[in-house]
Design a protein around this ligand. Structure first.
Ligand code: ARG
Length: 464
């Protein structure tokens, strides 16, 4: 006997390179608390099925509790000979309660249903942590929204001057994707809450065990309906990898703006010292490293998703050892978000905005041209004609190097006879913003209503 979980039919142990390839204790050790919780639930159903005496159950549960404490304190660690966390913990249990009792626990279960169950449990805990970190980012954004209810800024499309908007509207445009991410996390948790335990290797168990009891004890909504699917599907993992990658993408989009906004060319914001870094050679530098690391790590999270999907495609049913490759990408994505979320919350919460600078730049690039055209439409002019005339106004203003509001009455008239001096009422940044007052628009009143709906949406995420 080689001492491995499957020693009986083998005359000798694995080659060193085989063992090294096979080993996963260096990353799956984080499943240990879930493995022990699942073992305790499993021991109870074995007892209820009369496969484990009351006395042995008591011995087993106290052995598992001692093992849990030793894992927690670091007194019990993986041995060189352990292949994975599940095998290591069985060894630890047998060390504590002896082979006669400890050797009974494995009845009716397999590492295939164990690992699928415990990985789900790990993702569910991680999802709650990511959700809380994301709520902090949203709250940091909302604090800036509330601090700047009527600050205006240039709005851009194609990164070119487009139309003026409220800073609050722009910041809320970053809040909405994050609220949808929070919603996605809660939604994926419904699918995570199905327990594979009881599926055994692939076909279920002949021992009359109760998968629903184990599911309930481990906090799942139900047991799985198909043991083959339960032990072999990992779409819960790729879904989580997607949601985490999407969160990174949304943080990266926000970061990209911060990176632009803190350049002297934009000058919209100054970064706080504690959330920026300097240069070893250029004394004047203050770099947006938090935002750049967010942008950079996003590539890594996308890679984790893409790699996992590639691992999953084309595997025949049911469990294949390929599936051991499922955990590291998801663990890594969460580890990156654990680092990133508090830093982004810190960065955003401590940005100092420069409203005068943003206001000064808001009309630059003739961003009020659309307001001329829409004013003409309200006078009954077809938009096609109005668009032409407003374009002519831009041409005239550009030729003389003046703003649209500085065109003479004669120049306005030459662009279109409907353009009376009254058009100047919309040729201010504030007038332009306040006129966009329907639901979803950038007018202050519309943004205030939007802010209220965002608060309701956020409280659903916080109550979760
Ligand atoms: N450690 C494996 C994994 O992470 C589970 C072990 C299943 N091994 C097996 N030979 N069936 O997927």
């Amino acid at each position: 006997n080689t001492g491995a979980l499957w020693g009986g039919r083998f005359a000798g142990g694995p080659a060193d390179a085989m063992a090294a390839l096979s080993k996963s204790t260096h990353f799956d050790w984080v499943l240990a608390p879930f493995d022990i919780a699942a073992s305790k639930a499993h021991a109870r159903v074995l007892n209820r099925a009369e496969l484990l005496s009351d006395a042995d159950l008591t011995t087993m549960l106290s052995g598992l509790d001692r093992l849990a404490a030793d894992v927690e304190s670091g007194a019990f660690v993986a041995a060189e000979s352990d292949e994975d966390v599940h095998g290591a913990l069985e060894r630890g249990l047998i060390d504590r309660v002896g082979p006669e009792v400890g050797g009974r626990l494995r009845a009716g279960r397999s590492r295939n249903d164990q690992v699928a169950t415990q990985f789900r449990m790990w993702v569910r805990v991680a999802a709650r942590r990511v959700s809380a970190g994301l709520v902090d980012v949203v709250e940091a954004l909302l604090a800036q929204v509330d601090a700047h209810p009527d600050t205006v800024m240039p709005g851009k499309t194609h990164f070119q001057a487009a139309q003026p908007v409220l800073l609050a509207h722009q910041l809320l445009a970053h809040v909405h994707p994050l609220l949808r991410d929070l919603d996605r996390i809660r939604d994926m948790d419904r699918r995570l809450a199905v327990s594979p335990y009881g599926g055994g290797a692939l076909a279920g168990s002949s021992l009359g065990l109760d998968p629903d009891a184990i599911a309930a004890e481990l906090g799942f909504d139900s047991a799985a309906d198909n043991s083959i699917d339960a032990t072999s599907s990992r779409d819960f993992a790729s879904e989580a990898a997607y949601v985490f990658a999407q969160i990174a993408v949304d943080l990266s989009r926000l970061s990209e703006e911060v990176i632009a906004w803190c350049t002297p060319e934009f000058g919209y914001v100054t970064l706080a010292d504690e959330w920026s870094t300097g240069s070893s050679i250029m004394p004047q530098k203050k770099n947006p490293d938090v935002a750049e690391l967010a942008r950079g790590k996003t590539g890594r999270l996308i890679g984790n998703l893409a790699g996992l999907l590639a691992t999953l495609k084309a595997q025949p049913l049911a469990y294949n050892r390929d599936l051991q490759e499922d955990k590291e990408p998801v663990f890594d994505s969460v580890a990156q978000l654990d680092l990133l979320l508090p830093a982004i919350a810190g960065l955003v919460g401590t940005l100092t905005f420069h409203p005068e600078r943003m206001e000064e730049l808001a009309p630059a690039g003739y961003t009020l041209a659309t307001d001329i055209a829409e004013w003409m439409v309200r006078q009954g002019v077809p938009f096609r004609v109005a668009h032409e005339a407003a374009g002519e106004c831009v041409r005239l203003a550009e030729k003389r190097g003046v703003g649209l509001d500085e065109l003479t009455d004669k120049e306005l008239q030459s662009a279109d006879q409907s353009l009376t001096p009254a058009v100047r009422e919309v040729l201010t940044v504030r007038g332009s913003i306040d006129s966009r007052n329907s639901r979803g628009g950038t007018a202050a009143a519309a943004v205030a209503k939007q802010r209220e709906r965002v608060a309701e949406n956020l409280s659903a995420a916080k109550d979760w």
